[in-house]
Design a protein around this ligand. Structure first.
Ligand SMILES: [Zn+2]
Length: 307
């Protein structure tokens, strides 16, 4: 059952984002980082002592009941709440993401991107670059199969974004879009060529569902010069950095359910609304349509879960 008995428990500590509360003489509640609780209804003091001792590997003077400690460690291990001591230096966001859901959320794609290639320039592009550098994410100029392209624009520059989309799909490179449009941050779609909907699918869907298709079409083929551009400032810049860095981290981590390959995410910085618009692959999309390559099973399941 548990592999606990075989593992070296010397350098393991309690997950730094776990805490507990002693309710009364008997009961103690352990609060897991994912928000769920476990309540023990006896041995509250012994369990509390054992948890305190597990906070760090340094010697401390808490007296611990060995049997309680053994059982507690097995339980914590089964919940993924025992971690190597140096894990506490990993960013808190990364630690929380690691605990997200189950392994089912991760897909076994043969090539999860390991680096980022930038397309486009402007304010959003440069602050994204800065933020990824601070997060120790590898940026490369060489577009190879292991890099994720991010196409960034300070406005809804259809011409630029569509071209980036078409090129990436043709070269079979995963690509993510990020731009400022209609006074919102717009992230997505995250395109896995031939497996998920592409940007062109999204535009066509938008056109199909619009009450004003002619106007929309004119917008999308017209010059980008007229559309408002991202100017930034403290609040917007910090939000933009956090949003795009978070999104990229979910992709590089293989947490594709969080990265939402079938979604366009719009974040309103004033109201803090986040809108997810699911998009499906268009059978007649002029860019990504390829009937020879059927979507892989894992990705298809993510569609149905999101749709
Ligand atoms: Zn498409």
């Amino acid at each position: 059952m548990s592999e606990f008995k075989n593992m070296d428990t010397q350098n393991l500590i309690l997950h730094p984002d776990t805490d507990w509360v002693k309710i009364d003489e008997n009961r103690i509640q352990l609060r897991q980082p994912d928000g769920t609780h476990i309540t023990f209804d006896k041995h509250a003091t012994d369990i509390s002592n054992a948890l305190t001792a597990l906070r760090s590997t340094e010697m401390n003077d808490v007296s611990v009941d060995e049997d309680i400690m053994k059982q507690l460690k097995e339980l914590l291990d089964s919940k993924g709440l025992l971690v190597q001591e140096d894990y506490s230096s990993v960013s808190q966001f990364q630690r929380l993401m690691d605990l997200h859901g189950t392994s089912a959320g991760k897909i076994d794609l043969e090539s999860i991107p390991t680096s980022i290639t930038f397309l486009g320039d402007g304010k959003l592009a440069s602050l994204t670059k800065e933020s990824l550098k601070k997060s120790n994410i590898k940026i490369t100029d060489n577009q190879d199969s292991s890099s994720l392209i991010i196409a960034i624009s300070d406005q809804e520059d259809h011409k630029f974004l569509r071209k980036a989309n078409a090129t990436a799909v043709k070269k079979n490179q995963p690509i993510l879009f990020f731009r400022w449009a209609q006074r919102k941050f717009v992230i997505g779609p995250f395109v896995i060529p031939k497996q998920t909907a592409c940007l062109e699918c999204a535009y066509k869907r938008e056109l199909g569902s619009s009450l004003f298709p002619d106007e929309l079409k004119a917008y999308s083929t017209g010059d980008a010069k007229n559309s408002p551009s991202y100017e930034g400032g403290l609040v917007l810049d910090n939000m933009a950095s956090a949003l795009i860095t978070r999104h990229i981290m979910t992709i590089l981590d293989g947490n594709y359910d969080l990265a939402g390959p079938s979604n366009i995410v719009k974040v309103d910085p004033v109201y803090l609304n986040i809108k997810y618009s699911p998009i499906l692959r268009l059978p007649r999309c002029g860019v990504c349509n390829n009937t020879e390559d059927k979507p892989k099973r894992t990705i298809r399941e993510q569609f149905s879960a999101k749709a």
